[in-house]
Design a protein around this ligand. Structure first.
Ligand code: FE2
Length: 296
């Protein structure tokens, strides 16, 4: 799948851009299915909004339970002062997460492919498990910023193995909020982890795996400052961008009239330890599956 130069680039930069990885028909069917899922979805009372802003990160029950389900999260700017949506539901959703690759046949077919499994093997990911997926809308006009972060903050393993596969479902440009990355930034340490603490009605201290969350700082070195310390990854639809789990990356708000749909899959190695304090926990009846089970 990859030649030596591409593997070297990935090791050096912490990311790899692979144009034309997905056929247009497969992009169209995933996009169509994502809109269908949104149309069929009924929001709960908590009206889960997704933001990566540290101060306001909403760890609702919907968010914490979404590792084993399919849930839609609103854009923070989707609601007017009267609490009503400005736009139709399918133009108000920030993302769908986080287990559609194991629960929906269209997402499952897109995710578990021989090509992606071969790519993961080329990159040295041993026994890859598909931990989560997200369909990100980056809606026209209101698509929210995703603050500069390292994916290992949210999906930590010992040792760190998380690898992101970011599929451009639509063209991604500076205008509509493309990815930006810090080349070589994956060779710096992990700054913080996002962890569950406490439990309902329980004490905070030492109770890992509960349903409160916090960020725990491991290394106070600031992450690169966007956009000056980062490079834009403007890519056409069908491109796959692979991201090392320690690579600092960011995407800006989308104030353009064009959406920027993307689908992401995060894999970890089955050989690494996955702690009970990670925010994302799977229920026992939905075990993680290997990316390469299609090839078995
Ligand atoms: Fe990320």
């Amino acid at each position: 799948m990859l030649d030596d130069a591409a593997i070297r680039d990935y090791r050096d930069d912490g990311f790899l851009v692979l144009p034309d990885f997905v056929a247009p028909a497969d992009l169209a069917s995933l996009r169509e299915r994502a809109v269908e899922l949104v149309e069929a979805w009924e929001p709960g009372d908590e009206r889960s909004v997704f933001t990566t802003d540290e101060q306001s990160r909403a760890s609702t029950h919907e968010f914490l339970d979404s590792g084993s389900g399919i849930w839609c999260f609103f854009e923070p700017e989707a609601f007017g002062p009267d609490g009503r949506l400005h736009a139709p539901k399918h133009l108000s959703i920030n993302k769908i997460g986080h287990a559609q690759h194991d629960l929906d046949p269209v997402f499952e077919r897109f995710t578990y492919t021989v090509r992606l499994a071969e790519l993961a093997a080329d990159l040295g990911l041993v026994e890859p498990l598909v931990l989560q997926s997200m369909y990100i809308f980056k809606q026209p006009g209101i698509g929210g910023e995703v603050g500069c972060h390292q994916d290992a903050t949210f999906l930590w393993t010992d040792p760190i193995t998380v690898t992101g596969f970011w599929f451009a479902i639509e063209d991604a440009t500076i205008d509509n909020g493309c990815l930006w990355a810090a080349p070589g930034g994956h060779r710096t340490g992990l700054r913080q982890v996002f962890e569950r603490i406490g439990s309902v009605g329980g004490a905070l201290e030492g109770a890992a795996g509960g349903d409160l969350t916090r960020f725990r700082v491991l290394d106070p070195t600031p992450l690169p400052t966007p956009p000056t310390d980062l490079v834009p990854l403007e890519v056409p639809a069908g491109t796959l961008v692979v991201l090392d789990g320690l690579l600092p990356h960011w995407s800006d708000v989308n104030r353009s009239p064009r959406s920027r749909h993307a689908y992401t899959v995060h894999c970890i190695s089955a050989t690494a330890e996955y702690p009970s304090w990670n925010w994302l926990q799977r229920s026992a009846d939905l075990p993680l599956r290997r990316l390469d089970h299609v090839t078995a």
